[in-house]
Design a protein. Structure first.
Length: 85
């Protein structure tokens, strides 16, 4: 994502996604909440035992056509780093 210009260094990280990590007898399962994020805007890397998740949630509306009274959703860069057992 950084190479594509989607994750510019000057933009602050605005969200830390919630993560559930659990295991079954055969697997380690990691579930990450990324509502409203397009699959192509997610970057996942694993270096040794550190899993890093970066994502970009873009606004999906044209501001000049909508007059919001209240907006509680957040947009921008998401980042989460998880140390795996």
């Amino acid at each position: 994502m950084e190479d594509a210009g989607l994750f510019a260094q000057s933009e602050p990280i605005t969200q830390i996604p919630n993560v559930d990590v659990f295991s079954t007898r055969d697997e380690l399962i990691i579930e990450v909440e990324l509502p409203g994020v397009n699959k192509q805007d997610i970057d996942i890397t694993l270096i040794k035992t550190t899993l890093t998740i970066k994502a970009l949630k873009l606004e999906c509306f044209e501001e000049d056509k909508i007059n919001y009274v209240c907006m509680e959703r957040a947009f921008g860069r998401m980042f989460r780093s998880i140390e795996l057992p």
